[in-house]
Design a protein around this ligand. Structure first.
Ligand code: ZN
Length: 102
């Protein structure tokens, strides 16, 4: 009889642990918010992957003006196409850079 009560205690304890895992731990894991990228991570990602690639051949001044208008939302420090267009316009004396872009 004592052996039988020990196995009942072991099985009952195991069932309680499984129930605790299913109804206590699992919901807490599932409801944990997913890790979202912080603004700092997004900035680094943006710097590593330029939104527009630099041209293989240098822009003309007219092309550079169109590029600057089309990429008005881009950051010239991260967008290689806009930086190249800005450089062409600066060399042509059509814009005066407030600060040096590399
Ligand atoms: Zn861009």
């Amino acid at each position: 009889m004592p052996a039988e009560s020990v196995s009942i205690a072991v099985v009952g304890g195991s069932v309680l642990v499984v129930l605790w895992l299913i109804f206590g731990v699992l919901p807490a894991i599932l409801e944990r918010p997913f890790k979202t990228a912080s603004p700092a991570d997004e900035t680094l990602e943006h710097l590593n992957h330029p939104c527009h690639h630099a041209p293989t051949v240098s822009y003309t001044a007219a092309q550079a003006q169109r590029i600057m208008q089309r990429l008005i939302e881009c950051d010239a420090t991260a967008c290689h196409a806009k930086a190249a267009a800005f450089r062409v316009l600066a060399e042509a004396g059509m814009v005066k850079p407030a600060k040096d872009l590399r």
